[in-house]
Design a protein around this ligand. Structure first.
Ligand SMILES: Cc1ncc(COP(=O)(O)O)c(C=O)c1O
Length: 352
């Protein structure tokens, strides 16, 4: 192995060694329910989201496979959290980073990618992103990191401080150390694949539920609805896809829950009001699903713990999900969903 590659791997390992593990917060539920809800806060990673882990794994995967060398241009197709984190690591290794994004991408996200030294390459149609990224990489003899294909392969599902191992070790001293449910969303599908494989590998009774926003293809893919209408771009940042992506592993998912977009946004505002945690939309989708599973546990007289994620910080969405004007422009009425969430926290019943 050449010196540059060895040094590059050492730099990535040193970054992991410098980074403290992300917190596991308790969401306040009535103690008499006998059910504990935990929020794994991935927004505290240096680049602000759960994608910090994936970006490090994808680049390590490219290095150990001999696809990334000194001077290699790294290419991705993402306008979101993944591109921000990959730009951070590319700069750390002194490599150029280009990400293909839709021309409609908001300025804040472009600025964040450029802040970490990345360059945005624009396409008119979102569905052209991955082909354009593949073309760009071959034109410049670069390496296409391709999160949607390699997320499930690049992440070590056995452990190595992956997100699942971290959660189980942080629950070890809790009254219900083995969670009944783990609830996550799917963008690439990498996070749900990691949790699903890890709980099976460790032979835990824990079940994995995946929440899906409006218009996403994952639910129908998982349910085997072959005649389902084509998906459409998601309005909840980071999750939901118009097609079922290669890193989505339906066989390790025990349950899927569709969540209305207005419900996701109502849930993050409820989270902010009740805990002061500012989170992005996909965290609201997680909570909306988790509450339903907790209501089901209460109906069945079950006690136990449920874990979900704070995927990224809400600061990025001050001008969108936290703006009443922007929300109204989407045609979203948050009030009925907020009433349902608040009623659930009073009664434990998931009402209509
Ligand atoms: C904010 C946010 N939440 C959730 C996810 C879903 O994670 P995964 O890609 O591992 O399915 C993503 C993925 O991009 C994300 O950016």
């Amino acid at each position: 192995m050449d010196i540059w590659t060895s040094r590059a791997i050492a730099l990535l390992e040193a970054d992991a060694n410098r980074s403290a593990d992300t917190h596991l917060h308790v969401f306040p539920l009535p103690a008499e329910w006998g059910i504990d809800l935990y929020l794994k806060d991935e927004s505290v990673h240096p680049t602000g989201s759960l994608k910090h882990r994936l970006a490090r794994s994808l680049i390590l995967y490219g290095l150990v496979n001999g696809h990334i060398h000194e001077g290699t241009t790294l290419v991705e197709s993402s306008s979101g959290s993944t591109a921000v984190s990959e730009a951070y690591f590319a700069r750390m290794l002194g490599l150029p980073f280009v990400t293909v994004v839709p021309r409609s991408t908001v300025q804040e996200k472009i600025a964040l990618i450029e802040f970490y030294g990345g360059t945005c390459h624009f396409v008119d149609r979102a569905e052209d992103m991955s082909d354009e990224a593949r073309r760009l990489a071959s034109d410049c003899d670069g390496h296409y990191l391709d999160q949607f294909t390699f997320a499930e392969r690049a992440t070590d599902w056995r452990g190595n401080n992956n997100i699942a191992e971290s959660v189980f070790s942080q629950l070890a001293q809790e009254r219900h150390p083995i969670p009944r449910w783990i609830v996550v969303g799917a963008g690439t599908g990498g996070t749900s694949a990691t949790f699903g494989r890890y709980v099976r590998y460790r032979r835990h009774e824990t079940q994995v539920a995946v929440v899906d926003p409006e218009g996403s293809a994952f639910y129908d893919g998982w349910a085997g609805n072959t005649d389902a209408p084509a998906g459409r771009p998601s309005r909840i940042e980071g999750i939901g896809r118009p097609r079922v992506e290669p890193s989505f592993v339906p066989t390790v998912i025990d349950e899927m829950i569709r969540v209305p977009d207005a419900g996701s946004i109502a849930a993050i505002r409820m989270l902010r009001d009740r805990t002061l945690h500012w989170a992005g939309g996909s965290t609201g989708t997680n909570l909306y699903g988790a509450f339903q599973l907790i209501a089901r546990m209460r109906e069945a007289g079950e006690t136990g713990s449920v874990v979900t994620l704070i995927c990224d910080s809400g600061v990025r969405y001050a001008g969108t999900y936290y703006s009443d004007e922007w929300v109204a422009a989407q045609g979203w009425d948050l009030a009925p969903h907020r009433a349902r969430l608040d009623a659930f926290l009073e009664t434990g019943v998931w009402g209509e």
